[in-house]
Design a protein around this ligand. Structure first.
Ligand code: MN
Length: 295
């Protein structure tokens, strides 16, 4: 759905709690009232939660198409394995960026992590029509640019922020920054982008409104900066991008343009077709639910 956005706004919404891989997650995107911010179309926050090797995140092999997955940890460690043969542990401060294109499968397994805490986010970015049929790829970025914001810092996950550009590849104009700090700071913004803020820890006050952990603050477009006040060692994600001009359909782990594409992805995964490949994982493969409209 292409959103109607014509200026700055401020709308605070709560996330909803669901279950992924045995752990509760807070989902901020998509929601009925907020389907996308730029090309950002999915945001799950898992944790903070105490984990042990017998009770931790285990997401068995499953497919994706038409999107990038963006994984960012605040605590803990997760092993990413995919059908291209990558086996990449990710730790806090690092970025995993998986590009699904025409099709890929992966598993996420935190069982090798000793008892501790798990906290992180997984986001999806919709690929534009120009690249969504391309072959899949995977990149791990251990070093990301950090900008000084006076009372805090911003780590640039994707895109460009305050003159610093992430080395991670993007298919459309967008930005993702983790903001951490305490006190007042001004964030430079691109007036052509729409923005949202996801609160992970602490609190944030802007335009006389307060947001708490797992709140999502939609900011609209046409802002060249925003002044925010962070409290209690806050950590936020700033997400932005050019309003996505293409109408997408999301179903299960797929982003498409029509139901026929989703049905063919379902059939290819159900039939273990080579399209999505094989993942070397001891976790059980996850079956796709049958598309509800074709039951
Ligand atoms: Mn996945």
């Amino acid at each position: 759905m292409v959103a109607e956005v014509d200026g700055p706004t401020l709308a605070i919404s709560d996330s909803r709690v669901t279950d992924v891989g045995g752990l509760p997650v807070h989902r901020s995107l998509p929601k009925r009232e907020q389907r996308m911010v730029g090309a950002w179309c999915f945001l799950d926050r898992f944790g903070p939660i105490a984990v042990s090797p017998s009770r931790t995140m285990t997401v068995g092999p499953h497919p994706h198409m038409g999107l990038h997955t963006v994984t960012w940890l605040l605590e803990g460690q997760v092993l990413h394995s995919d059908s291209l043969g990558n086996a990449q542990p990710i730790r806090p401060g690092q970025l995993n960026l998986m590009t699904a294109g025409h099709g890929i499968a992966h598993a996420e397994d935190a069982r090798s992590e000793p008892a501790g805490n798990m906290d992180g986010v997984q986001l999806w970015v919709a690929q534009p029509d120009a690249t969504r049929h391309d072959p899949p790829s995977f990149a791990h970025h251990a070093e990301l640019p950090v900008v000084d914001l006076g009372n805090g810092k911003g780590t640039v996950l994707l895109g460009e922020f305050d003159g610093s550009r992430s080395p991670a590849h993007v298919d459309s104009p967008l930005v993702g920054v983790e903001i951490a700090g305490s006190g007042i700071m001004e964030l430079p913004l691109d007036p052509a982008f729409e923005y949202g803020l996801a609160v992970l820890h602490g609190g944030v006050r802007m335009d006389e409104a307060d947001a708490a952990p797992n709140h999502f603050v939609y900011l609209g477009v046409s802002r060249s900066a925003i002044v925010i006040e962070l409290a209690d060692a806050a950590r936020l994600l700033l997400l932005g991008g050019q309003p996505f001009a293409e109408e997408i359909i999301m179903w299960w782990n797929f982003v498409a343009r029509d139901r026929a594409e989703l049905e063919s992805a379902y059939a290819d995964w159900a039939g273990a077709q080579p399209r999505f490949g094989q993942v070397a994982s001891t976790l059980q493969r996850i079956d796709a639910p049958r598309p509800y409209w074709s039951r």
